[in-house]
Design a protein around this ligand. Sequence first.
Ligand code: FES
Length: 107
Amino acid sequence: MAKITFVRRTGQQETVDAEMGTSVMEAALDNDIDEIVAECGGSMSCATCHVYVDDKDLGRLAPPSDTEIAMLEGAAAPVKPSSRLSCQLTMTAGLDGITVFLPEEQY
Ligand code: FES
């Protein structure tokens, strides 16, 4: 298991346990983090799983694919250097303790 902290739009933080190999998006859905919509179910075709990764964790992530970057351009909330699609962030021991901020909107 690995910990993920979600910071809601209100500033409220929720730390959840995620199985290794699951995505940050799946962990959000499993724990009723309703700011993550994930309309496409993780097939990288909706951008409704947009998150902002905490600066402290950016160096631990594999870089986004060209497809992910292209999808993020269609995200509803402003795209920042820390923007990622949470369905593309797979939990490993190296990501234990990651913090992600939830955007204002997903549509
Ligand atoms: S769930 Fe659709 S792009 Fe991530």
